[in-house]
Write a protein that binds this ligand. Structure first.
Ligand SMILES: Cc1cc2nc3c(=O)[nH]c(=O)nc-3n(C[C@H](O)[C@H](O)[C@H](O)COP(=O)(O)OP(=O)(O)OC[C@H]3O[C@@H](n4cnc5c(N)ncnc54)[C@H](O)[C@@H]3O)c2cc1C
Length: 473
């Protein structure tokens, strides 16, 4: 055993002693398993692809009970071995790639629904979002919004690494008040404690990439589950499509779940849309509750659009739920045929949103067709998107960011790997104090969010992006 350990780890950490401490708990030193679990979907970024390559854990540990988790944490702290927590590994900033080796804590076996009551579901960290949805729909409820990776992502991975998704056009995003009811975390101490973070305090563990405690349970609010109709509406003109999307997003009387505007030729770049979208047409992909269908079709008609596809959720001719063709998922679909296409993460917020998008479009549309999801942030309808461009260099990407900013967009950095430089989290002194209290030795996903800003590892060429709160608070 010790030979294997030393061979794999260059004896960076006292893994032999750690293994003895956690005897009976599933762990592996298999190089292939370690390689697989040390990756997420960061390859979506050409910058992260090169910078995170080869960063690996030394051991993968998979606890199945709270007691096992406590033993793992206690031993890791005693031996000063870092822990990087992982759900399904579907995040796209590389935020579950261990920067300093150590333990990869696979939480997927710690799963199961804890409770469902009117308006709320509580589940263990490793529960798949899709399993939560299946369970709550039995009693007529669904999550307010979910990531487009719902079929693979865990609930803890979503709240620790995600932002929003289908449903966000109505309910906002994870950082909006009330969208996370509670998060239970285990502290990274020799005597681990369980803390219940409720209401606004749940934000301490949101978007911190597993650096502010190991999430053990999550409680999310629920809303009525409607039978959803997926529809693709086509327009010959892009700005008309934007106008329709913005109008639909603001239709509080129409029960809608997705409003995503994609400029031509995006529908051609997505293979599964072949034969559905007429040549030269931009599209708005939507999900509408069946009781709102009549009002929706009247709106489409009044705006000059044409419904080119309509089907029950998950039954469309494109072979997957329509929500797997929007948000970050649209790029993943495009990269199947055009792997060099890339994105930055722009946000458009203005009283006249169509005008702002028109200005950004006029400035940057030569990079490639634009994508935009309509979501709510702080109650306002906001556009989130950018052109799909063919990646050439980091300088090209920085120029695109600057041009979008000049036209009035805010841009966050989707090509970096730590909490501060992604720029999507407001970090107050309370957040830093919480981090210090739950992880006193700095062992949780080190490099991603340290007490001292200067200790964060910067795994990306710096882009001239904005911090979240400068224009979106
Ligand atoms: C194609 C594609 C589409 C996407 N679409 C969306 C979208 O619509 N909306 C959205 O918000 N995101 C989206 N994402 C990113 C998103 O964050 C993930 O898909 C998902 O929410 C993460 O879940 P996961 O279980 O895979 O987490 P992982 O990737 O395993 O982890 C994500 C982060 O959470 C941390 N973490 C995981 N489990 C725990 C735990 N128990 N305790 C503490 N920290 C933990 C990890 O350390 C990591 O930093 C997308 C990504 C891709 C590749």
């Amino acid at each position: 055993m010790s030979e294997v350990l030393n061979e794999c780890t260059e004896a960076r950490y006292p893994l032999e002693a750690f293994a003895a401490d956690i005897a009976g708990i599933e762990m592996t030193l298999d190089a292939r398993a370690i390689r697989m679990k040390s990756r997420d979907r960061y390859a979506v970024s050409p910058l992260l692809r090169t910078m995170l390559e080869g960063k690996e854990a030394d051991v993968v540990v998979s606890p199945t009970t709270l007691d096992e988790l406590k033993r793992v944490v206690s031993a890791a702290v005693r031996r000063r071995i870092p822990i990087t927590v992982r759900g399904a590994g579907s995040a796209n900033y590389g935020q579950s790639v261990p920067l300093k080796g150590g333990i990869l804590l696979d939480m997927t076996a710690y799963k199961g629904i804890v409770s469902i009551k009117p308006g709320a579901v509580r589940a263990k960290a490793g529960t798949l979002v899709t399993d939560i949805e299946k369970a709550t729909r039995e009693s007529g409820w669904e999550m307010r919004f979910h990531p487009t990776t719902a079929r693979v992502a865990t609930i803890a991975g979503f709240v620790a690494g995600g932002m929003g998704g289908p449903g966000s056009v109505v309910y906002g995003i994870l950082r909006d008040r009330g969208n996370i009811r509670a998060i239970q975390v285990m502290t990274m101490e020799e005597q681990p404690r369980l803390l219940e973070l409720t209401g606004p305090d749940a934000q301490f563990a949101h978007h911190t990439y597993g650096t502010t405690g190991i999430i053990t349970e999550v409680e999310m609010p629920l809303v009525t589950a409607w039978p959803w109709i997926e529809a693709i509406v086509a327009f010959p003109d892009y700005i008309d499509t934007v106008r329709f999307g913005v109008t639909l997003a603001n239709q509080t009387g129409i029960t809608r779940k997705v409003v995503s505007v994609q400029e031509w030729p995006t529908p051609r770049l997505i293979r599964q849309f072949a034969g559905i979208v007429p040549e030269g047409h931009s599209i708005c992909s939507t999900m509408i509750a069946d009781h709102s269908w009549q009002d929706f079709t009247a709106l489409v008609e009044s705006q000059g659009g044409k419904i080119v596809s309509m089907s029950a959720e998950g039954q469309g001719p494109y072979g997957a739920p329509l929500w797997e063709f929007v948000f970050g998922h649209a790029l993943a679909q495009i990269q199947k045929s055009e792997p060099k296409r890339s994105m930055v993460e722009g946000f458009f917020r203005a009283p006249d949103l169509v005008d702002l998008v028109s200005r950004v479009h006029a400035k940057v549309s030569h990079y490639g067709p634009m994508r935009m999801e309509l979501i709510r942030i702080g109650g306002d309808v906001v556009g989130s998107g950018a052109p799909y461009f063919t990646y050439e260099s980091a300088e090209q990407m920085a120029t695109l960011v600057r041009e979008m900013q000049e036209a009035g967009a805010m841009v966050s950095n989707s090509h970096t790997s730590n909490v501060r430089s992604v720029g999507k989290k407001e970090i107050t002194e309370r957040d830093v104090a919480f981090k210090r209290a739950v992880d006193p030795h700095g062992l949780l996903n080190p490099g991603r969010f340290e007490v001292e800003d200067s200790s964060d590892a910067k795994f990306a060429i710096e882009l001239p992006t904005d911090q979240w709160d400068s224009r979106l608070a």
